[in-house]
Ligand binder design. Structure first.
Ligand SMILES: C[S@@+](CC[C@H](N)C(=O)[O-])C[C@H]1O[C@@H](n2cnc3c(N)ncnc32)[C@H](O)[C@@H]1O
Length: 270
């Protein structure tokens, strides 16, 4: 929050206790996803890499096995404490910092990793300017994004249709970037480098577990709802579950894909 009370960014302190359990990759997928980043950025041992909004390190830790060392910043100390407790954390140089003021000199990095952060920051364009500043001219921004996860899977469409009927677009304030990062960058002069690299895996999840995740406010989009608003949304979701799923606790199969796209910084930064 700023002094004026306007929300400028959403930190994940409140998510530290459940982030890995709810957003962690299924076993065995982490290293495959790290391979995508390493290939997209042509990273090798000694490459200087920064992750902006590093969180609990689900991307950075396996990626550091490729680079030997990795830098990470986040505003949430609680999230970084989780990272620090994990095996391999000694390879990660962590700083508590705002993505809008990166504590690094110009042209310091070969690559910057950015995953699920810009929707949380009002001045997301400012974050991109900072990333362009700290990247070497021949460096790359590696954007990761998830498709088909619980929030977007067709398997749960009846749930999200009911939720959107209570919270239509525009009713709940969006803080930062509202479109996929890969679509927002080219108009700002970032040049895609090669094709996106994709890895698809299966996640098993029941409709009732989605209800529970909403009730426990696991997604940041629920954090700004009042108790009354949340209760309205939950009632609609429960009705949709009863109407559309004969066995609400049955695990359903979701095809989730994780995509990595490399971008060169805008030429005017050269
Ligand atoms: C959804 S999590 C993603 C973490 C990690 N990149 C991943 O994919 O697991 C977003 C992270 O961005 C951090 N964050 C939000 N606003 C920030 C800001 N202005 N500066 C630095 N970090 C920020 C949050 O604290 C949180 O840890």
């Amino acid at each position: 929050m700023s002094d004026l009370g306007r929300t400028e960014y959403i930190t994940f302190d409140r998510a530290a206790d459940f982030y890995d359990a709810t957003r962690g990759f299924p076993e065995g997928q982490e290293s495959i996803i790290a391979d995508l980043f390493a290939q997209a950025g042509n990273l090798r041992h000694g490459s200087r890499v920064l992750e902006v909004g590093i969180g609990t390190g689900r991307i950075a830790l396996p990626l550091a096995r490729h680079t030997g060392k990795l830098y990470g910043i986040d505003l949430s100390r609680a999230m970084m404490e989780r990272l620090r407790a994990k095996a391999g954390a000694e390879a990660i140089q962590l700083s508590k910092a705002n993505a809008l003021r990166l504590p690094f000199r110009r042209s310091a990095f070969d690559a910057v990793v950015l995953v699920h952060v810009l929707h949380l920051i009002a001045d997301w364009q400012g974050v991109l300017r900072e990333i362009a500043r700290v990247l070497k001219p021949e460096g790359v921004l590696l954007c990761g994004d998830t498709h088909g996860n619980t929030l977007h899977s067709p398997v749960f469409e009846p749930i999200w249709t009911a939720w959107r009927a209570v919270f239509p677009e525009g009713k709940v304030e969006r803080i930062g970037l509202a479109q996929p990062v890969a679509e927002a960058l080219p108009p700002l002069g970032w040049q895609p480098l090669g094709e996106p690299r994709r890895h698809t895996y299966t996640v098993m999840r029941s409709p009732q577990s989605v209800y529970q995740a909403l009730a426990q406010r696991h997604w940041s989009s629920t954090w700004q709802l009042s108790e009354t608003e949340l209760a309205q949304g939950l009632a609609a979701v429960q009705a949709a579950i009863q109407a559309n799923y004969s066995e609400p606790d049955q695990l359903l199969s979701l095809q989730v894909s994780f995509e990595v796209q490399a971008f060169r910084p805008p030429q005017h930064n050269l």
